[in-house]
Write a protein that binds this ligand. Sequence first.
Ligand SMILES: Cc1cc2nc3c(=O)[nH]c(=O)nc-3n(C[C@H](O)[C@H](O)[C@H](O)COP(=O)(O)O)c2cc1C
Length: 186
Amino acid sequence: MIFRRRTIRRFKQEPIKLEKLKKLINFARVAPMARNIQALEFIIVHNPEIRSKLFPLVNWAGSLPEDQRTPEKGREPTAYIIVLVNTKIKSTYVDFDVGAAVENILLGAVHFELSSCWMGSINREKIRRLFKIPEYYEIKHVISLGYPDEESIIEPYEDSFKYWKDEYGRLHVPKRSLEDIIFKVY
Ligand SMILES: Cc1cc2nc3c(=O)[nH]c(=O)nc-3n(C[C@H](O)[C@H](O)[C@H](O)COP(=O)(O)O)c2cc1C
């Protein structure tokens, strides 16, 4: 499950059932939260017209050359989840809560054979206007979702964290080795 979750940025156009998207939010609902304060709320975007308005407000694959970043027409996400923080609910370690909730969504997506891209490089101002999100909500991230139309392969880390695409359009993502990240064993 963990190894099957890879960031994917090209999707088949088969729609995702709303019921599945709600189940992903349900996985986020029970994520660990500091002091059990639950300030996170979510917007589900699956309507094609609204999707096409959100698409230009997210930025894809900053490490790749510009012409390889953005999904081509017909390979866009078929749903999005926008992660919000309701600031009327005072939380202390909200960024950790966001991380735990988002990871639950990403792993839940794998369970449904879906792929995802967690996105922090987004136009928050325009997203706020598009969805009429009140000021007391902080817009954290967007999760792009869909059935995968791209392959991603884990590579051994050598001297750069930059991921790359090969001539067949496959993504290669370097990861540090297990031996390298176990600092000490007692
Ligand atoms: C907090 C966060 C923000 C990210 N923002 C973006 C983004 O704006 N656009 C994008 O294409 N990918 C984004 N990513 C995806 C990373 O590029 C991806 O996780 C990384 O390349 C490692 O690939 P992997 O998820 O397949 O292991 C983000 C990931 C995280 C955790």
